[in-house]
Design a protein around this ligand. Structure first.
Ligand SMILES: [Zn+2]
Length: 83
């Protein structure tokens, strides 16, 4: 069976969608440090590898708590020098 150009395009779209929307908790944790740094530096320009982390956080409250803790620890205004 041969795939038509149209079918290939559709497949590519489906694969891209899946990649963009689904990582598991282990992958989230593997990217957590990079994600926290990127968010702290300016969340407007997240690379796609980190957008999927954000996507995971929307559906996984456990990981969201984890990231919240990391962000809190990372935020300069919560440092020991804050008055
Ligand atoms: Zn998770």
């Amino acid at each position: 069976m041969m795939l038509t150009d149209e079918q290939l395009a559709e497949l590519a779209r489906l694969v891209a969608d899946t990649a963009a929307h689904e990582i598991d908790c282990d992958e989230m944790l593997a990217r957590a440090a990079a994600f926290v740094e990127a968010v702290a530096a300016g969340p407007d320009d997240l690379p796609e590898t980190l957008c999927v982390v954000a996507q995971h956080l929307r559906v996984c409250s456990e990981c969201r708590e984890e990231i919240d803790l990391l962000l809190e620890a990372h935020a300069p205004e919560n440092g020991p020098d804050a008055s």
